[in-house]
Write a protein that binds this ligand. Sequence first.
Ligand SMILES: NC(=O)c1ccc[n+]([C@@H]2O[C@H](COP(=O)([O-])OP(=O)(O)OC[C@H]3O[C@@H](n4cnc5c(N)ncnc54)[C@H](O)[C@@H]3O)[C@@H](O)[C@H]2O)c1
Length: 352
Amino acid sequence: MSKLKVGVIGAGSISELHMGSYKNNPDVVMHAVCDLNEQRARALADKYGFARVYTNIAEMMADTELEAVSICTWNNTHADLAVAALNAGKHVLVEKPLSTTVEEALRVQEAVRRTGKQVQVGYVRRHGANTQMLKQFIDNGDFGEIYYAKASCIRRLGNPGGWFADKSRSGGGPLIDLGVHMIDLCWYLMGRPKVKSVSGNTYYKLGNRANVQNLNFYKAADYDASKNTVEDMANAIVRFENGASLMVDVSFSLHAKENEVSVRLFGEKGGAEIEPEITIVTEKYDTILNVTPQVNSLKLNVTEAFQNQINHFVSCCLNGTTPDSSVDDGVEMMKILCGIYESAEQGKEIYF
Ligand SMILES: NC(=O)c1ccc[n+]([C@@H]2O[C@H](COP(=O)([O-])OP(=O)(O)OC[C@H]3O[C@@H](n4cnc5c(N)ncnc54)[C@H](O)[C@@H]3O)[C@@H](O)[C@H]2O)c1
């Protein structure tokens, strides 16, 4: 089988997880890297062995040897870069979220249909070993119908600043940044039911809490305490046509006692917690059982999940198969996220 010549657009923080995983894949040739910041692109090209460095996307797209790209740039650039890459005949793995609006997401979907190339959305949590293990239980009916899910990703002090805090580049705050992972993980494990309506709230009460002393937190390279246009926190309830529902809350800033990530699913015959640790809950002979699977790690192994995600993408590109996290799933997620923002703005439930 011939190897896949890959490129990475955006040489910032997350790009290294893509690059490291491509490097480990024997079916990949490290071909090109592109960033507006040449120094950053060159440094990672040297580190991971990319043959070519670009600072201009049009020049990269004109590279006829390049077959597939990861897009690891600011959210507002995802859709345009994806369409440009598809038009140039490249396959695309785009970081989450697919876009910042539904209209942009639909443009990417149209380009996929027109060009016949693959788009995979970076829902990396789907590729965690425990997610895949749990999905086997769900698909085999061990939990019965899953009718409720509840997910939280709470940071009490965790607005990264920089482009993350600039709505014009990020599309929003913790909802589009963290909520996208939480909602997708639940939605995927619930069997991707059709969304009926969403009702959400967003709050801009605490700002980025730049006043807080004696507690460090991750800051983007261009952190500027005076700049922040995104929500501190969001919560929502998503109703599905099959009667199931999902509750989610996420924050960059909140007067919470501690940070928290929790993802829980509840079915007629059993339930599961996948974050912070995998646990299966069931009932047998009138006794409740909390089951701890004997697995390598009860928690999400991020590096392993990225490797699985990249391996899946490479295999789909080489074999011409549609990725599991397809563009259609990216469009559905943008409808949910944008619906929640719209609901919060209008103070009412949004029906699809
Ligand atoms: N899957 C995950 O768990 C996860 C985690 C973190 C970030 N992300 C996503 O990855 C993306 C990047 O986040 P990050 O933390 O690496 O940001 P970052 O700021 O560290 O890096 C972004 C890079 O993109 C470059 N860039 C921006 N626009 C460009 C363009 N048009 N052409 C070329 N380069 C461009 C910037 O110069 C910068 O080097 C975001 O969409 C974010 O949501 C995903």
